[in-house]
Design a protein around this ligand. Structure first.
Ligand code: NAI
Ligand code: MG
Length: 494
């Protein structure tokens, strides 16, 4: 066989020695106690929406409705903000160590019920169980542990200045890392003495509502954490509420821009964590097998529904054939399918709407002249699916090189010199993350100084830690999550 020719999928009978492939290994759902209906969480209790309206959240792998969830309108949002405001004085007046104890409790309860959270996250959003089990839930708990530690040390975050909480914080989060985004926004806000109203995304509200049960179990005072479910209109009502002092929004650049316009001229603070089109840069001196693993993880983790995904692969021209060959071989071994199967690498696309967006951009890539490679894989009949895709022959003007696809689609381009790699990597309106693969540390550092990105990973990708600040430049947003820097948006510094 020609070394540069892709081989058939080794998980199929084309490789007799592997003919057994992988037997199904589904995670049990018996740990879940699903309800048919879910209410809002306001002032420490579950209450239905005043209008009585509910919307369905589906399992994107089957298109079956999992449950109906209350849809909050302006009146419900107002009730949640009033509850958060009423709880503010006593919560911020607690000794920091006591607030920390509540956060530690939430972290431990999350760990105790980690399996339940992981299964629910996968069911509601479509991500592989091995990711919700090994990344989303442990990292969410880690954020509560980390910020619990800051709660009684806030003065060291801003030495020599007097500090106070900001007030009621509105947190509007997306569907790609539902529980993790909840932890990202709630943990630092609470540590700093604020109270919150959180709105999860309409396709993935269930883990936030399960988290509300932990809030009750942990005896967090009523009103400190409120959760209102609904779609864009619910989010907009929260943004516009006059008693909200700080808004954290994670999602699309278009909605982020609208929120920035809506709060302009008000005294509301805003942090935005928006899209990305990250460059993942591979030099000819890199350990190529290791780099290929990193490339796969950078773009196919969570089906590419990752704001910091390495969606533009820049490969030094002298090794592009070898990298593309190895990449195709590796793609052929990826297992796409049932998200609850412990062997699954790529789960379901989160929604029909997101799948339509991916398909539209995929087709633009074909019509603009790039060449797509997809391994042979059988996609399930029902549900939303997209095969892992690598585009070669991409030019920087193609839409697939410029626009965020937010799906399992990689665009490969080449460069000759480090200067050219920097110019191409920075040729984007975004600036959230980047990756550099080289055996030479001086080259990595030279690149990191010049890449306009909030995070630069060296010989790795998509690594997160609550102690490490994360955030963007330009149209990727502003403000940082994680570390001491992640406390600053939640503190009034005098
Ligand atoms: P989106 O920005 O519409 O949704 C994110 C959150 O904002 C959801 O909770 C939604 O209900 C809420 N929202 C929507 N309209 C709002 C408004 N006018 N006021 C206040 N809140 C509002 O994102 P969508 O449509 O789900 O995804 C579209 C694209 O956005 C994706 O294809 C991807 O490119 C990008 N995106 C980026 C994310 C990131 O992590 N940076 C996360 C999700 C999407
Ligand atoms: Mg869902």
């Amino acid at each position: 066989m020609n070394e540069l020719e892709p081989r058939p999928n080794p998980t199929t009978s084309a490789r007799p020695e592997l003919a057994l492939g992988y037997l199904p290994a589904p995670e049990s759902m018996s740990v879940l106690r699903l309800r048919d209906d879910y209410d809002l969480f306001i002032g420490g209790v579950f209450v239905p929406a005043r209008s009585g309206r509910r919307f369905a959240t589906e399992n994107p792998a089957t298109e079956a409705t999992i449950a109906l969830v209350a849809e909050a309108d302006g009146g419900d949002v107002d009730a949640a903000v009033v509850a958060a405001r009423a709880a503010l004085a006593s919560w911020s007046g607690l000794p920091g160590a006591t607030r920390g104890k509540f956060l530690y409790r939430l972290a431990r309860l999350l760990q105790e019920r980690a399996r339940e959270f992981a299964v629910l996250e996968t069911l509601d959003g479509g991500k592989p169980i091995k990711e919700s089990r090994d990344v989303d839930i442990p990292l969410a708990a880690a954020h509560f542990f980390y910020y619990a530690g800051w709660a009684d040390k806030l003065e060291y975050a801003v030495p020599g200045r007097s500090i106070a909480p900001v007030g009621v914080c509105a947190q509007i989060i997306p569907w790609n890392f539902p529980l993790l985004m909840l932890a990202w926004t709630i943990a630092p806000a609470l540590a700093a003495g604020n109270t919150v109203v959180l709105k999860p995304a309409e396709t993935t509200p269930l883990t936030a509502l399960l988290f509300a049960e932990l809030v009750i179990e942990a005896d967090v005072p009523p009103g400190v954490i409120n959760i209102v479910t609904g779609a864009g209109a619910t989010g907009a009502a929260l943004v516009e509420h006059p008693d909200v002092r700080k808004i954290a929004f994670t999602g699309s650049t278009a909605v982020g821009r609208g929120i920035a316009t809506a709060v302009a001229g008000s005294n509301k603070r805003l942090t935005l964590e928006l899209g990305g089109k990250a460059a993942n840069i591979v030099f000819d001196d890199a350990a190529l097998d290791q780099a290929v693993e990193g490339i796969v993880h950078a773009i196919f983790f969570n089906q590419g529904h990752v704001c910091c995904a390495g969606s533009r692969l820049l490969v030094q021209e002298s090794v592009v054939d070898r990298v593309e060959y190895k990449l195709r071989q590796r793609l052929a071994t990826l297992r796409v399918g049932d998200p609850l199967d412990k062997n699954t690498d790529l789960g379901a696309i989160n929604s029909r709407r997101q799948l339509d967006k991916i398909i539209e951009l995929y087709e633009s890539g074909i019509s603009e002249g790039a060449t797509a490679f997809q391994p042979e894989c059988v996609l399930p009949d029902r549900g939303h699916w997209f095969a892992p895709t690598v585009f070669s022959g991409v030019s920087p003007s193609h839409r697939i090189a410029r626009e965020e696809i937010f799906g399992p689609v990689l665009s490969v381009m080449t460069f000759r010199t480090p200067e050219e790699a920097v110019a191409k990597a920075n040729n984007t309106p975004y600036g959230l993350s980047a990756g550099v693969w080289s055996e030479k540390a001086s080259k990595v550092l030279w690149m990191a100084e010049r890449l306009r990105a909030g995070v630069v990973w060296a010989n790795t990708f998509n690594r997160f830690d609550p102690a490490s600040p994360f955030g963007g430049y330009q149209e990727s947003g502003f403000g940082r999550v994680g570390g001491a820097a992640g406390l600053l948006p939640y503190l009034e510094v005098r």
